[in-house]
Design a protein around this ligand. Sequence first.
Ligand code: NAD
Length: 450
Amino acid sequence: MNIPSLIEQQRAYFNTKETRPISFRIAQLKKLKEKIEKHEDEILTALQSDLHKSEFESYTTEIAFLYAEISMMVKELEGWMKPEKVKTPVSHIGSKSYIYKEPYGVSLVIAPWNYPFQLALAPVLGAIAAGNTVILKPSELTPHVSSLLREIINETFEQSYFTVVEGAVEVSQELLEQKFDIIFFTGSVPVGKIVMEKAAKQLTPVVLELGGKSPVIVDETAKLDLAAKRIAWGKFINAGQTCIAPDYLYVHRDVKPELLSKLKDAIQELYGSKALDNEEYTHIVNQKHFDRLFPYLENGELLYGGSTNRDQLVMEPTILDHITWDDPVMQEEIFGPILPVLTFDSLDEVVEKVRSKEKPLALYYFTEDEQRENTILEQIPFGGGCVNDTILHVANPHLPFGGVGPSGTGSYHGKASFDAFSHRKSIVHQTTKFDFSFRYPGSKFGLSII
Ligand code: NAD
């Protein structure tokens, strides 16, 4: 496919203004939902082939999520699109002020492999709702999902409106050489930097949904049974290949032995004693990632798990104790089923340590103490998170989802997706019935009725 001419086609189509009316946008969202419904079985099969994801996990995290977003958008879009009337200062007497929501134009969405269906289409919903055209580049590391996306989308939509361009890094690089009106990227921090640099050359607005090391902190007041279950679930779902998975556990010394014992029980309950053979347990995406994770198993002291099967690309849910901040496992986002454990003695220590690292995408804090909760929420910057749970904030469409600084720029989900793909155009609508002369240099103060 000739990429520059594809972009030209999309720009020409955008300029026809056909994507503007609400009726068009809603029709496209509904059409997409129907197609996903029609292809549900193939989507589940592709996810099984690429990541060994169970039907339950695939349906809830990749498909149902999109249905919920589409339903909300169809219901709320009219309200979101309306020009917003805002206050006008007395100095502007006679005028009214509005914010209009304008689609950017031709959008590029680049997606990662870990939730390869959902993370490709969730941003696209925002692009469609806001009236843009879309070129979607799925991840090459999940080829079954990528080619299914191409089939579904390219049989459903005109390529001048919404199309999938498959390919690896070179294709992504070629796309990034072009001029888009907005780029929405989900992926790693290093590639996020490349995307931002390329966008800067054209001054293209970007949304970057990146990663990082998201802590889960458990203090001595926390309800440990619940903490253990919720941490195990959030960490090992999708075999830890979740951008907002708790990356490491930071626990108060007094409750550490009890929490770790409960955590082991919780893992057993979720995946049984033979997780490697459990059909419900997701595998590692490829050998490169398996080999990246494997050496971490040597860090600290193995407390739970540690078994692997390289041929099957599967790694047991694993807990590593006696980890130090200098261990290799603490230098990069883990993005796999390995949970290192660090210990603290005071909340000040937690604040100081976490603040000294890059601002994380997510943070989870288990506590029963409101004052401590406020301290953590006020003193540590991070993208978003939960108190007394993990991951759930991502599934509330009323909460904008995104990182901050190194973990991302901008946010999406629900209305935030519409906003991410809309320019907010500010307009003062001035009266022509009268005019104040005081703003003009040299003129006397006064009012002239026109
Ligand atoms: P990645 O950055 O390697 O790849 C993402 C996309 O960028 C792919 O489509 C890939 O083809 C493309 N790409 C790769 N290298 C490129 C280059 N040099 N130039 C241009 N394009 C390039 O990320 P990944 O491994 O697919 O995903 C894992 C990362 O994504 C993790 O860091 C994770 O935290 C992050 N992530 C973030 C979110 C979020 O919502 N914030 C969600 C999922 C994953």
